[in-house]
Ligand binder design. Structure first.
Ligand code: ZN
Length: 164
């Protein structure tokens, strides 16, 4: 009661605030009905995440160079299922969906193999994936497939996120 008196409460709002709030909530367009950003190619320079784009491009070029080294190919085949589990069993099932509980030791190991997969932080992965499920194929989906094959697979990492 004292706090409400000091800082105001929902009851102390002026009429104009309430009516503007009502207007805002009633006119909010659902994500599925909102217009998408233009998926022009090449994208406008202001939309490109240059540091991330450079990093991803360089790692892909280095990966391509690796196919000329037999030891690198073997190493890639060994790491493939291990890092794959880091993503699917760790970032996806354990952290994004909380499908199961795990001990600290297990989470530590899965965190390490997920890091080897070069998918960014677990926090960002889980946040983006949960947003994807909540707003699948709408403007709020970080990798909205309606914006095209290239955007859904890699373009979303090269471009700034839609603020919605
Ligand atoms: Zn999922």
């Amino acid at each position: 009661m004292v706090l409400a008196a000091l800082y105001g409460s929902s009851l102390s709002r002026a009429n104009t605030e309430e009516s503007s709030l009502d207007t805002l909530t009633k006119t909010t367009i659902p994500y599925k009905d909102q217009e998408r950003k233009c998926s022009s190619f090449p994208p406008p320079l202001k939309d490109i995440r240059f540091t991330m784009a450079t990093y991803i491009t360089l790692t892909q070029l280095l990966g391509f160079a690796g196919i000329f080294f037999v030891a690198t190919i073997w190493w890639a085949f060994i790491l493939w299922p291990i890092t794959g589990f880091g993503i699917t069993g760790g970032a996806h099932r354990l952290w994004a969906h909380r499908s199961y509980k795990a001990s600290f030791a297990y989470r530590f190991v899965v965190m390490l193999v997920n890091s080897c997969a070069n998918q960014g932080t677990i926090f960002h992965w889980a946040r983006d994936h949960r947003t994807h499920h909540f707003h699948s194929e709408t403007v709020a989906d970080p990798h909205d497939a309606i914006r095209g094959f290239w955007f859904a697979h890699m373009g979303w990492l090269y471009l700034k996120k839609d603020p919605r």
